[in-house]
Design a protein around this ligand. Structure first.
Ligand code: GLU
Length: 315
């Protein structure tokens, strides 16, 4: 029988807020309702933006909310280490495997050159036109500037079925282009690191925010090229404020620490999110563990979820 394994994969770049808890709660329920194992992995590859204090705060907030894990940086586990910062050798090994297959090339494009390329459909990212792939490396290599490394994306479509978003199909070479797998500062890119980690940690279920849906075809391509089995993906709707903006770590008022300081209880936060997720019919205080039995992904709303400024239920 398949052992279900899911994960929380927070980046410790700020205090966790309601939006992080929304995805964490749903990922936790997906795993716990299937009797599976939960992994906590800290995605702290970007040392400039990550702060150790946020890791401790995040773990304290999650425990306070009743969201636990079986493996993680604090408790260890079979697939340790659980911080990306300590897993760089594994990313490098995967990179070397792709390089040996002739799928990686250095890119010396400047920011200005990249900015001139076509924007990615509906997003901030740009389609990389493959300038350095055609340059064939050597000739115009600028002295002293280290290159980024890009994956030479094969032509064709990548498709998969998302457990919430349904059938997804993307032509990566046309819609994204050859993407970066190691940045020019030597840091392995999220797309590569997340695949290496989810594969090495034997993750079978990835549940995360809809903002990462467009990354999944790239990740599936990497699974395919590395000859690894991919998990089943679920991308859940994002929480937005009344103006339609995504909740972000900049909205300090919605950090769990700030809500807690106002005297709001863990059960109020979980109950509010469960009600927004369609898991309970009325807004009421509830423990995360009380939601396990009735959990089903098809109860989730299909569009974005609006968080009112007058938060939480009046009892
Ligand atoms: N570390 C990412 C974030 O905090 C999540 C990555 C993932 O779930 O794949 O947004």
């Amino acid at each position: 029988m398949e052992v279900i394994r899911g994960r929380f994969a927070p980046s410790p770049t700020g205090e966790i807020h309601l939006g992080n808890v929304w995805t964490a709660l749903l990922a936790w329920l997906q795993v716990r309702s299937a009797g599976g194992n939960m992994v906590l992995r800290v995605e702290d590859l970007d040392a400039d933006r990550s702060r150790p204090a946020y890791i401790a705060g995040m773990m304290a907030d999650m425990k306070w909310l009743g969201l636990d894990w079986d493996e993680g940086p604090d408790v260890g586990g079979h697939y340790a280490p659980y911080s990306q910062n300590e897993r760089r050798e594994m990313y490098q090994a995967a990179l070397e495997k792709l390089t040996a297959a002739g799928l990686v090339y250095p890119c010396y494009c400047t920011r200005a050159e990249l900015a001139a390329s076509a924007p990615h459909a509906g997003e901030q990212e740009r389609v990389y036109a493959g300038v350095c792939r055609q340059r064939q490396f050597a000739e115009s290599r600028p002295a002293g500037r280290p290159p980024a490394l890009r994956l030479a994306v094969p032509a064709g479509e990548t498709s998969f079925t998302d457990l919430h978003a349904g059938a997804i199909c993307q032509n990566i070479s046309q819609e994204v282009g050859d993407f970066v797998i190691r940045r020019s500062d030597g840091i392995h890119a999220y797309q590569l690191a997340v695949v290496v980690d989810d594969a090495a940690m034997q993750i079978t279920r990835v549940l995360r925010g809809h903002d990462l849906l467009s990354s999944t075809p790239r990740q599936l391509l990497l699974y395919h090229l590395l000859d690894w089995e991919a998990p089943v993906f679920t991308h859940v709707p994002l929480l937005v404020d009344e103006a339609g903006h995504r909740l972000s770590k900049r909205q300090q008022a919605l950090s769990i620490a700030a809500l807690r300081a106002q005297g709001i209880k863990a059960e109020d936060i979980i109950g509010y999110l469960a009600w927004k997720a369609g898991l309970i019919d009325t807004c009421q205080a509830v423990k995360a563990s009380e939601l396990i039995d009735g959990f089903a992904l098809d109860k989730l709303p299909s569009g974005q979820v609006v968080i009112e400024s007058a938060l939480f239920c009046k009892y």
